[in-house]
Structures are given as structure tokens and as C-alpha cells.
Ligand binder design. Structure first.
Ligand SMILES: Cc1cc2nc3c(=O)[nH]c(=O)nc-3n(C[C@H](O)[C@H](O)[C@H](O)COP(=O)(O)OP(=O)(O)OC[C@H]3O[C@@H](n4cnc5c(N)ncnc54)[C@H](O)[C@@H]3O)c2cc1C
Length: 305
């Protein structure tokens, strides 16, 4: 019987685990892996206090930090996947790898995965010019011509960041209207190095070892054009990893867990969520960590009040 089960070992889950150890909450942390999504990154440059770290080392450091303070208070189950959460008369029952764990409270930090581009060449050129994170990889494309796929806020925010480095930024938008808010669209499109092409869907990516061009199709005319570019930034959405919680929490239309941003509580008393699995607007490591710390403060009060 635990005070708390934390699900996930990304920046949110690990931050929560470290705080749980300090607060002496009898905790079980269950995660498939440590480090979360940005372990894919070639270099993380905005994790506060660390000038630059590879994604792989970031995952190792998070795990090390947690294990250094876990002691007998925080039990770690690595390599297990949570498949269900139910509630008995008093407590929550978390199921993972055929085992069942009972707890007074649950914190969900299972993050999300980027929706992947599914066209010819996309898998082949991933991390060879095709990337899913402008804030991480943008500086690598300084002085080069790049393309963004996706005309939502994430696409336009990525464009705003890339315009600081790139020679030119071209955004491909599948329909006639941008999903991003009008103010952001107007501001980004006013930049002299920015171009947006509407009704354009990507068809294929070409290159030798690295990306050299992208071909897109005009959905109105059927005409195909090839743009010579060296970087492709994909912003076609995130898929929250929340399926295992859908029977106990009502997810929003994007499969995110709605939370109160003051304290990260969900609609279910006794369950909190933090990081990319929630309906929080911004998705960054530091935000995920901060949200989780907020949740832990609130969980501690809930248990001891
Ligand atoms: C390629 C890439 C690069 C990025 N670079 C940066 C960057 O440089 N700076 C930055 O601030 N942000 C970056 N981001 C965004 C950042 O990674 C996310 O905002 C952050 O990881 C969210 O943290 P999280 O803890 O909420 O979830 P995640 O990092 O997604 O972690 C989720 C954790 O839960 C585990 N998990 C998932 N499902 C289950 C389950 N059912 N049972 C058990 N465990 C489970 C996973 O194994 C993982 O450990 C990047 C994202 C990507 C995709």
C-alpha cells in the first residue's frame, strides 16, 4: 500500500519522485523508460542549469538523480507499462505488467509522443535533416533554407524561432486556413524571410545522406513541386499517452487530461497529472518538471491534511 504511485519517468515523473523522497511519501514510480521524449534530441540547450546535454545523457542524469535520493521511500519499477487504473472502496489500483499496486493517490506523467510524418523518406531522414523540435534543433540550421509542416500554433511558433537562425522558412499548410491564432500568423508572415504555402501536402523527401529537398502537392490543382531545403520541422500534433486512464478520467477531445493549472488536480479526487499528458498549453521539459513539483506539494497536503 503506497501513499503515491507516479506513472512515468520523464522530467515530470522524475521531479515528482525526487520531491516525494524529500517529503517521505511512500511512493512507487512506474515507468517504461527514463528521460522521456527529449532523449531523442541531439542536444538539449534549455534545461536550466545545464548548458548543453545530449538527450541520452539527459535520461541517464534524471535516473541517477532520482536513484540518489530514492532510498527506501521511493520504489522504482523500470521497464513496466501501466495499462489500467481503477478504484476500490478507498484506494486506487494501478495495473502494470500483470501486477497490481494499491495507493492513496496517483500522479500521471506519461507525456506524449509526436505525431510522425508518414510520407516517403520521412523515417529515413529522421534526425538527418528532419526533426520534430525547432527549439532543440533550430540552431543547427543557421543560415539554411528550411520547411515547416503544419500551420497550427506549434508550426507558427516554430517558424518564429527558426526565423532567428534560418536563411528562409517556408511553411506548408494542408488547407486554405491556418489553425494558428491570427495575431501569431500575421506577425510571423510579416517577416521578409517567411513564406507560407496553403493547400500543400508533403509527398516525399529526397537527399543523399542528409535532406536535400521536399516535394509537395497542391491539393487544389494536383500539381507537385520540389523545394530545395536542408531542414524539415514537423509540427503536426502530439498524441498524449493517456489511453490507460480513459476509463477513470474523462479526457478532452485531444486525449489530454484536463487539470487545474494551480495545483495539477484532475477531476478525480486523488489523481493528479503533470507535463505533456495534460491540457497545459506549452510543452517543455522545465514546464513538465515545474508542474510535477506543484502536484507533489498539493499531494503532500492532501495526504497530511
Ligand atoms: C525530439 C524532441 C526534442 C525535444 N527537445 C526539447 C528541448 O530541447 N527542450 C525542452 O524543454 N523540451 C524539449 N522537448 C519537449 C519535451 O521533451 C517534453 O515537453 C517533455 O518531455 C514532457 O515531459 P513529461 O515528463 O511530461 O513526459 P515525457 O517526456 O513524454 O515522459 C513520459 C514518460 O512516461 C513513460 N510512460 C509513458 N507511458 C507509460 C505507461 N503506460 N506506463 C509507464 N510509463 C509510461 C515514458 O517511458 C516516459 O518516461 C522535445 C521533444 C521532442 C519530441
Amino acid at each position: 500500500m503506497y501513499d503515491l504511485v507516479i506513472i512515468g519517468g520523464g522530467p515530470a515523473g522524475v521531479s515528482a519522485g525526487i520531491y516525494a523522497a524529500r517529503k517521505q511519501l511512500k511512493t512507487l514510480l512506474i515507468t517504461e523508460t527514463f528521460g522521456g521524449q527529449s532523449t531523442e534530441s541531439v542536444g538539449i540547450e534549455n534545461w536550466i542549469g545545464t548548458i548543453k546535454i545530449s538527450g541520452a545523457d539527459f535520461g541517464k542524469k534524471l535516473e541517477e538523480h532520482l536513484r540518489a535520493y530514492a532510498g527506501k521511500v521511493v520504489t522504482i519499477e523500470k521497464g513496466k507499462k501501466v495499462t489500467n487504473i481503477t478504484k476500490n472502496s478507498e484506494n486506487f489500483v494501478v495495473e502494470a505488467g500483470g501486477d497490481k499496486y494499491e495507493s492513496k493517490t496517483v500522479l500521471i506523467t506519461t507525456g506524449s509522443t509526436r505525431r510522425k510524418l508518414d510520407i516517403l523518406g520521412a523515417a529515413e531522414f529522421e534526425n538527418k535533416g528532419l526533426t520534430y523540435c525547432a527549439s532543440c534543433d533550430g540552431p543547427l540550421f543557421a543560415g539554411q533554407d528550411v520547411v515547416i509542416i503544419g500551420g497550427g500554433n506549434a508550426g507558427f511558433e516554430s517558424a518564429a524561432q527558426l526565423l532567428n537562425y534560418a536563411k528562409s522558412v517556408t511553411l506548408l499548410n494542408r488547407s486554405d486556413n491556418f489553425k494558428a491564432d491570427k495575431t501569431t500568423v500575421a506577425k510571423v508572415l510579416s517577416h521578409p524571410n517567411m513564406t507560407a504555402i496553403k493547400n500543400a501536402i508533403p509527398v516525399s523527401i529526397q537527399g543523399n545522406k542528409l535532406v536535400e529537398s521536399i516535394t509537395y502537392k497542391n491539393t487544389q490543382t494536383g500539381e507537385e513541386k520540389t523545394l530545395p531545403i536542408s531542414g524539415i520541422f514537423v509540427e503536426i500534433g502530439l498524441i498524449p499517452t493517456t489511453g490507460f486512464a480513459k476509463d477513470i478520467i474523462e479526457l478532452n477531445q485531444h486525449n489530454q487530461i484536463p487539470v487545474d493549472p494551480k495545483n495539477q488536480r484532475t477531476e478525480v479526487e486523488g489523481i493528479w497529472a503533470a507535463g505533456d499528458s495534460t491540457d497545459g498549453l506549452y510543452h517543455q521539459n522545465n514546464i513538465a518538471a515545474g508542474d510535477a513539483v506543484k502536484a507533489l506539494e498539493d499531494i503532500y497536503l492532501h495526504i497530511h491534511a
